[in-house]
Design a protein around this ligand. Structure first.
Ligand code: GAL
Length: 436
């Protein structure tokens, strides 16, 4: 299969892409004609129900969606927001339900996807339509970073509107636990980090590192790959330039195996807050989690530095493990006008501020002032501008849905067997199957 993610198109001018519909009106749809997918311009919205499918069903994630829903109701009073969220972090349950709804031609009006390879699946299957007109109406390249638009562009078209940018390679740490263990510096690489974990153990905390179900393990593993391979070779894993059985991948598998000896025993169904809360509650020193975690610390009343700290996973200072949630216009959506109202809302500066303040992520737009955000997000905005960007495996930026599923199976099997040689063999097989 062609890896459409790496085959990005230079977005010389987003303004040059499919502008025809911009500002057009509500031409009535002739019976039997294709539905009117032009940008709705009706004040107050196109009207009707707008079913939005996400996995933001609980806790701080729901708070982010709620902020959007509130604003949507204010801006588009004619529209009725219908929340179709399915619980389970990283879409662990939602994606199967979405696949079957799409398969049965019962798409929601918009669904959450990840910028990058994951969206390419829906594009290849002709399940989503271009939204170039919405991106242009929102300001195109003048408000969205070029490197993000590149990741959203396939064969000259943009198929989703990004709501945010998350960073996956962050260690969240409990300040008091580190202090008790006598740790006062950020470890420089994975091995130094494990030496610190020994100190945490010696101070009486049995599980220095917290993990939850399979996708959180895959995310942890991807960050070990980034550290042990470096950003360039890590990027090469997805276009065949780096072998999945290279010495560096074998080192990463061995490091990952050792890391798990410091971790709690997780059940497959444990969602990410279970692991992050272990740090919040002082039952673990460290959790590697995307920066949606900062919203969990905030929700529990925890204060940065006093209660918790954060730093890039050791060995990857200056590297930003990227993912972005973005929303689509599915083919066959019942209310495309309402969908476009939703897309305009989530892509607006106001929508991005409201959502990202609650979610822990940073706006995908560059014109939302950093000073409106707390220190963590300010630092993430700086990092996104200056760091080397790599793509997350666990969150759809680097690999297709099928490849992600195969890697999750391998990681989940490894969690039981702890056989790192077989993990490498399984990863080689997954790459062969999915890269072609
Ligand atoms: C990611 C998603 C984030 C967050 C996280 C945990 O896939 O992009 O927004 O929801 O899962 O559920």
């Amino acid at each position: 299969m062609r890896n459409r993610f790496v085959a990005t198109v230079a977005v010389a001018s987003v303004a040059a892409l499919g502008l025809a519909a911009c500002g057009s009106s509500n031409t009535p749809t002739e019976p039997g004609a294709a539905p009117n997918t032009s940008l709705a311009t009706t004040a107050g919205g196109a009207g009707g129900e707008v079913g939005v499918f996400t996995w933001w069903a609980a806790g701080s994630e729901k708070a982010g969606l709620d902020a959007l829903e509130k604003l949507f109701k204010e801006k588009y009073p004619n529209d009725t927001f219908v929340n179709l969220a399915v619980a389970g972090g990283a879409g662990s349950n939602a994606k199967a339900k979405l696949a079957s709804d799409l398969q049965n031609n019962q798409p929601p009006d918009s669904f959450q996807g990840h910028a990058g390879a994951e969206l390419a699946d829906y594009i290849d299957n002709e399940q989503i339509l271009p939204v170039n007109d919405v991106i242009t109406a929102l300001g195109g390249e003048s408000v969205f970073p070029k490197n993000l638009l590149d990741r959203l562009t396939v064969d000259g078209n943009i198929y989703s509107v990004p709501s945010n940018i998350h960073r996956a390679n962050v260690v969240w740490a409990n300040t008091a636990v580190l202090k008790k263990a006598g740790i006062n510096a950020v470890p420089k690489d994975i091995k130094a980090w494990m030496a610190d974990m020994d100190k945490v153990k010696a101070s009486g905390v049995a599980t220095p590192l917290s993990v939850a179900g399979s996708w959180t393990q895959l995310q942890l593993f991807e960050t070990v790959l980034i550290s042990d391979l470096g950003p360039e070779k890590y990027g090469g894993l997805f276009d065949g330039k780096t072998a999945w059985d290279s010495p560096e991948v074998k080192t990463a598998a061995a490091d990952y195996k050792k890391l798990l000896t410091y971790a709690n025993t997780a059940s497959d169904g444990d969602d990410w807050p279970v692991a992050t809360d272990m740090v919040i509650d002082g039952k673990a020193a460290y959790n590697v989690m995307g920066d949606w975690a900062v919203a969990e610390f905030a929700a529990k009343g925890k204060k940065e530095q006093t209660d918790y700290q954060y730093f890039p996973v050791p060995g990857q200072d200056g590297v930003f493990d990227f993912l972005a949630d973005s929303f689509t216009l599915p083919k066959g959506a019942k209310n495309p006008g309402g969908t476009k109202d939703w897309l305009m809302l989530i892509g607006s500066a106001e929508g991005q501020k409201a959502f990202n303040l609650a979610k822990g992520s940073i706006p995908a737009r560059t014109d939302v002032p950093a000073s409106d955000f707390p220190p963590y997000q300010q630092s993430a905005m700086e990092a996104f501008k200056s760091n080397t960007i790599v793509s997350s495996i666990a969150h759809g930026a680097a690999v297709s849905l099928a490849w992600n599923a195969d890697m999750t199976t391998a990681i989940s099997k490894f969690y039981t067997t702890k056989d790192d040689a077989t993990l490498v063999t399984d990863l080689v097989a997954a790459a062969k199957k999915n890269l072609g």
